[in-house]
Each structure stands twice: as structure tokens, then as C-alpha cells.
Write a protein of this length. Structure first.
Length: 306
């Protein structure tokens, strides 16, 4: 049996885990490593990439930065979340705002300290990234369009840290980035529809509040149709191996997504759409392996020799 003190510590740990959305961090770490192995540095052995200490520092620093971003976002959104996510909000409030800020500054200090040992570029990148997350949470997210664009951009920014590390500018990388950016942007706009009550009560100027749900749905429809462009480029122009199965599946799912979107008008229906997009994003991470599964054992150069 746990003592009362240990129970309190455990409860606070669970609360902090909820605040930083600890369940998302491993997915982001996996996505960065898989991107490095299969897209950014396919000529290297997977093991050499996994044992690259500088890369580990970049991935670790990205994870801490994202965690601190969730904290500061939770700090500013505490009143809104009481309306939109009452159950999660009650769990998050088991940790005081002061403790959240202490953890936030502590994580950012660790990130900046570690990035210095990689390079001045890494230091500059993470310093700017931390500032952008804070400025987005503090001010930008309350405004329509620019808030959605910034949120989606910040979500894919950790992958550019890996891109800068490998100094790899292949077009296929930007094809993946554009597709992911569109999915993230659509998800942000679905979240606006899902959180109308809390946003309205806290004076957030989101698209559905200012222009109405119909306009918001039309924009989402245009963005969803626009995903055809990066999917076409990735399948027809570049070689994505067996990952084309994932992209074809996405097209089919997104068709049903749009059909259901125009029938939706309740929070639960928008939540379902939100979860569908999360499923596409997470499954896309695992499907990176389909580009060339043999790279788990061999480098691209080795395969060319065989």
C-alpha cells in the first residue's frame, strides 16, 4: 500500500503527465527517428543513426520543448479548458500554476543548455522555437487563420531540427512536410469547431466564431481537397515505396471525413473527426517504415552493392 505522501506524489505526477501530454511525446520521438532513418539519411545504417549522440540530443531537446509548450499552452488555456475539457482540466489543476511555470522554465533551460553542445545552429533553432511557442500561446492563438497556421507550423517544426542536422534538402522531404502540415491545419480547424463554447466564453477570435461554422467547413473542405497535391507528388514523382498504400488509404478516409463533416454539428461529432485526423497522423508515423523496410538492416549504399 502506498503511503499518503506517495499517493499525493503519484497523483501530481499523473496530473503533470496529463499537462505535458506525455502520451504524445513518444510518437514525436519515433517520428523523428523514423524520418531520419527512412527519409533524411537512408544511406546510413539504422543502428548508426540510433547511436548518434548529437541526434539524440536534438530529439531529446525537441521532446522537452514540446512538453514545455504543452505546459505554457495549458497555463494560458486553463479557463477555456474548464468548459471544453472539464474532466482533463480537473486533473491538470492538481498541479498548481506556479509548479507548472517552474517546470516550464526548467525544461527550457535544459533544452537551451543541451543545444549549445550540438552547435550554435541548434542553440539558435531551439531558442527561437521556445519563443514562438510562448508567443503563440500568449497571443497568436486567439486570432483566426494566423493562429491555425502558426499551430500547424509549430507542430512540424521539430522535424526541421532533424533536417538542419542532416542538411538534407530533398524535395520528397517537403512533400511529406506539406502533407503533414495540411493534416495538422485541418485538425486545428476541427478543434475550433469542437471548442466553440470555451473559445466564445474566453474571447478567442476563431474562424467559426467570427465567420460561422459553414465558412469554417468550406475552408476545411478546400484544405482536405488540397491534400491530393502532395499525395500525387509523393506517389507519382518521388519513390515512397510501399507507403503509397498509406496515402491511397488516406484519400479514401478523407472522402468519408468530408461527408461526415458536413453532417456534423455537435461537439462529439467534431471530436470524432478530430480523432480520425489524429489516427491518420499517428498511423503515418508508423507507415514511414513502408518506404523501404530493408533499411532497418542495410544502408541504401549496401543494397546497391548486393
Amino acid at each position: 500500500m502506498l503511503s499518503r505522501k506517495n499517493k499525493i506524489i503519484l497523483i501530481k505526477f499523473v496530473s503533470l503527465f496529463s499537462v505535458v501530454r506525455g502520451y504524445n511525446i513518444p510518437i514525436i520521438v519515433l517520428a523523428q527517428y523514423l524520418s531520419a532513418i527512412f527519409i533524411l539519411a537512408p544511406e546510413k545504417r539504422a543502428l548508426s543513426i540510433l547511436l548518434d549522440f548529437d541526434l539524440f540530443i536534438i530529439v531529446f531537446a525537441s521532446s522537452l520543448t514540446i512538453a514545455s509548450g504543452y505546459i505554457i499552452n495549458n497555463f494560458y488555456d486553463s479557463q477555456k479548458d474548464l468548459i471544453n475539457r472539464p474532466n482533463k482540466s480537473m486533473l491538470d489543476r492538481l498541479v498548481s500554476q506556479k509548479t507548472k511555470l517552474n517546470v516550464y522554465f526548467g525544461l527550457n533551460f535544459i533544452v537551451v543548455f543541451l543545444s549549445i553542445f550540438v552547435s550554435w545552429r541548434a542553440f539558435l533553432f531551439f531558442s527561437v522555437y521556445i519563443f514562438l511557442i510562448w508567443y503563440y500561446s500568449h497571443r497568436i492563438k486567439k486570432y483566426p487563420i494566423i493562429g491555425n497556421l502558426t499551430a500547424a507550423f509549430l507542430a512540424i517544426l521539430p522535424f526541421f531540427a532533424i533536417l538542419l542536422y542532416y542538411k538534407n534538402l530533398y524535395g520528397v522531404i517537403f512533400g511529406h512536410a506539406v502533407f503533414l502540415f495540411l493534416l495538422l491545419l485541418i485538425r486545428e480547424m476541427i478543434k475550433d469547431l469542437e471548442n466553440i463554447k470555451g473559445d466564445l466564453a474566453n474571447d478567442y477570435k476563431t474562424i467559426p466564431i467570427i465567420y460561422g461554422e459553414a465558412i469554417s467547413k468550406k475552408i476545411i473542405t478546400v484544405l482536405t481537397v488540397a491534400t491530393i497535391i502532395p499525395i500525387y507528388v509523393l506517389i507519382e514523382v518521388f519513390d515512397v515505396g510501399y507507403m503509397d498504400i498509406y496515402f491511397y488509404s488516406c484519400l479514401i478516409i478523407l472522402i468519408f471525413f468530408l461527408l461526415y463533416l458536413w453532417k456534423s454539428d455537435t461537439k462529439n461529432q467534431y471530436l470524432l473527426l478530430h480523432n480520425i485526423l489524429k489516427l491518420l497522423i499517428v498511423s503515418g508515423v508508423f507507415c514511414i517504415i513502408l518506404i523501404n523496410p530493408s533499411l532497418l538492416w542495410h544502408g541504401k549504399k549496401l543494397l546497391m552493392r548486393l
